[in-house]
Design a protein around this ligand. Structure first.
Ligand SMILES: Nc1ncnc2c1ncn2[C@@H]1O[C@H](COP(=O)(O)OP(=O)(O)O)[C@@H](O)[C@H]1O
Ligand SMILES: [Mg+2]
Length: 256
């Protein structure tokens, strides 16, 4: 469904110096596939998502959705950022429906669907609260509901659980998997957490430190539905170790 073809991205800093963020990245996410991306901070993970969302152009190569070049944001794509990025003056329900309203895609059942989604995310009763009346974790859940309400074919998530405490994080990942299983959208999910990547994904893409290149793609053969009980399994340990070896192996080699 989405394909990165030989993507490179170089930013020019304000001092004129070039920062090579991505080098020759090729990757495909199939319809309904869950792909996680892990890699050191600064290796271009967020840049890759922003390219997929059509928010920045590549310096070289192409991003294609269904074979056509992504040049601007598309209705079939939704993104969740690390910070919730809610509108401070709008209540929860309005925040969740905002993108659809903006795109002129409100339907007669949109509000009811929004209320249902909020309820699944544990936010029933908070529909008319303002973002500042919610905890950080609740705000992030609102942002996730906002993305899901768009019923995207491609969901881009940039460390969406990064600001949550460990318990909420586990709960949210299982909830995300449940929602994903019901709709089967393609997901590109950036995370710092190797266990989280393995628990969630069909495939885990491991990136090198800057300039970001793909050093390995690990296929996760754990049965679905997934649960944290699988963390003890041989397959889980095999995948986690292989990813860890890439990330810390390279670091150790550079330090030597
Ligand atoms: N708009 C920008 N202007 C200049 N440099 C940028 C810009 N966005 C990202 N970068 C640089 O590109 C590199 C990759 O950034 P990013 O994609 O945010 O990495 P990650 O999400 O993996 O931490 C970093 O060195 C970052 O400083
Ligand atoms: Mg980032």
């Amino acid at each position: 469904m989405i394909r990165f073809e030989g993507i490179s991205k170089t930013f020019r800093g304000r001092d004129g110096a070039a920062v090579e963020a991505l080098r020759d990245v090729s990757l495909e996410v199939k319809e309904g596939e869950f792909v996680a991306i892990v890699g050191a901070s600064g290796c271009g993970k967020s840049t890759l998502l922003r390219l997929a969302a059509g928010l920045v152009p590549p310096s070289g190569g192409a991003t294609l959705i269904d074979g056509s070049r992504v040049t601007t944001p598309r209705a079939e794509t939704a993104m969740v950022f690390q910070a919730a990025t809610l509108l401070p003056w709008a209540d929860v329900l309005r925040n969740v429906t905002f993108p659809l309203r903006l795109m002129g895609r409100m339907a007669s059942d949109t509000e009811e669907r929004a209320r249902k989604l909020l309820a699944t995310a544990g936010l029933a009763g908070f529909e008319s609260k303002l973002p500042r009346e919610l905890s950080g974790g609740m705000q992030q859940r609102v942002a996730i509901c906002r993305a899901l309400l768009q019923d995207p074919r491609l969901l881009l998530m940039d460390e969406p659980f990064g600001a949550l405490d460990a318990l909420t994080r586990e709960e949210m990942s299982i909830e995300l998997l449940r929602l994903w299983a019901a709709r089967k959208m393609g997901v590109l999910f950036v995370t710092h957490s190797i266990p989280e990547a393995v628990l969630l994904a069909d495939r885990v893409v491991v990136m090198s430190p800057r300039p970001g290149r793909i050093v390995d793609v690990v296929q996760v053969d754990l049965s679905r539905p997934r649960s944290f009980d699988q963390e003890g399994s041989d397959e889980f340990q095999r995948c986690a170790r292989r990813i860890r070896d890439h990330i810390f192996g390279e670091r150790a080699a550079r330090a030597a």
